[in-house]
Write a protein that binds this ligand. Structure first.
Ligand code: HEM
Length: 389
């Protein structure tokens, strides 16, 4: 067969590929092979007969990079096979192809050669949930890190920002789960099997960890806030431990978050996760730093954000090299185009940031923050698309 991000083993024009093939004898089993190990998502394979009836028997079985199901395909004519899986980096993928028994007939479903596409709603929900996750991560952990590094942790305004981040994280994660199932089909969005497969996958476990991290930050942050007085958080040893725990949690979250992104299928994995984690942490410090700057009239943000800017540029270029092996694909793939468009608000944010450091005007911090919010929105879309590597 021919397949998706988990990409087809055989190109569609290969004569051994089942797409459009006419078989003399009815097959007993339909198998789909992928270019990497996959996980089942919901119903797996569905085979529709020339009369429009599902003819698969039993449940789809999975073995490494192959999924398969037994079929009753005695009726002559064209069958459509629909498949759906989670690829090794946990992105959902689905597609369909046709084969005929005896002689071709009108395909029972339209669009018989669709490969690897997720639904538009699923893509939109993936991008939205990632945007909320990045904003939540930056506000929850970034503002806390910047305030601690700058020695001003514990102010009421800082906690308002940190707590808003915790709320965004808690909203983003259930939405991310629905985005996974909606990506496979609108009828799958609330399907028990599809939801259960998504929860049991590495992506589901990552979601659980993200929720747990947000809840733990809530608990730890509560003890820090209960101290009331500004600066007390960095003075009392027990509170210093709580603050260290919160920051450590943010670092661990950034490092393992890449498991559910494209870094999760990059080799060597450790390098992928490290570069990805650095990018995410630098993003949180830059965005969190600007948010804190707005509440402290520009104090703190200077050196910290300059450092984050450098780290984000280095890690960003490294990720671009990792995921885009050929420069020409920047123009020819949706992933490359999204990355190129993202550079416009990145440059705007950097320019406004440098101006704001010199002039210290709230309007400039606001402009920089707005540009960064657009950057993380575009990044949410970028990581939901298929990279060209
Ligand atoms: C030199 C400029 C930059 C480059 C070349 C760059 C490049 C990239 C690339 C290639 C990815 C995709 C990784 C993947 O497919 O998994 C990415 C993801 C991301 N970028 Fe950037 N980036 C840049 C600047 C920024 C800035 C300024 C921000 C925000 C402050 C930012 C925030 C993000 C976020 C939130 C992600 C998603 C990380 C994730 O998957 O968890 N980037 N970036």
């Amino acid at each position: 067969m021919c397949g998706p991000l988990a990409v087809p083993r055989l190109p569609p024009d290969d004569p051994r590929c089942a797409t459009g093939v006419v078989l003399d004898q009815p097959p007993e089993t339909v198998r789909v092979s992928f270019s990497e190990p996959v996980r089942l998502a919901g119903r797996g394979i569905r085979v529709v007969s020339p009369l429009g009836k599902p003819v698969q028997r039993g449940k789809t079985a999975i073995e490494g990079d192959q999924i398969g199901v037994e079929v009753d395909a005695a009726e002559p004519g064209t069958y459509v096979v629909e498949w759906q899986v989670l690829s090794s980096d946990t992105h959902p993928a689905r597609g369909r192809f046709a084969f005929s028994v005896g002689q071709p007939s009108a395909p029972p479903l339209a669009g018989a050669a669709d490969v690897g596409q997720v639904t538009p709603l699923g893509l939109a929900l993936q991008a939205l949930s990632r945007w909320l996750h990045f904003a939540g991560y930056a506000l929850a952990f970034g503002t806390l890190a910047v305030s601690l590094l700058g020695g001003s942790a514990g102010s009421r305004r800082q906690w308002t920002l940190t707590n808003s981040g915790i709320i965004l994280l808690l909203v983003a994660e259930p939405l991310a789960l629905l985005a996974q199932t909606a990506s496979l089909g609108l009828d799958q969005m609330f399907d028990g099997d599809a939801l259960s497969d998504a929860l049991a996958s590495p992506f589901g476990r990552l979601l659980a960890f993200r929720v747990a991290a947000a809840l733990l930050l809530w608990v730890v942050g509560g003890s820090l806030q209960a101290a009331h007085e500004p600066h007390v958080a960095v003075v009392r040893p027990d509170l210093r431990l709580a603050a260290g725990t919160a920051i450590g949690l943010g670092i661990v979250l950034a490092l393992i978050d890449g498991v559910g992104q494209h870094a999760g299928s990059f080799q060597p994995l450790a390098l992928g996760l490290l570069v990805h984690g650095l990018h995410l942490m630098a993003m949180a410090v830059w965005l969190g730093g600007v948010a804190v700057a707005l509440t402290t009239n520009g104090q703190l943000a200077g050196r910290i954000t300059a450092f984050a800017l450098l780290a984000i540029a280095v890690s960003g270029v490294a990720m671009a090299v990792m995921h885009i092996p050929q420069v020409s694909t920047v123009a020819t793939t949706a992933y490359g185009q999204a990355l190129a468009i993202k550079q416009v608000p990145v440059l705007l944010a950097a320019m406004l940031g440098l101006l704001a450091l010199k002039r210290r005007k709230p309007g400039l911090w606001m402009g920089e923050l707005g540009a960064l919010v657009v950057v993380i929105g575009l990044s949410g879309l970028l990581v939901s698309l298929v990279p060209p590597r």
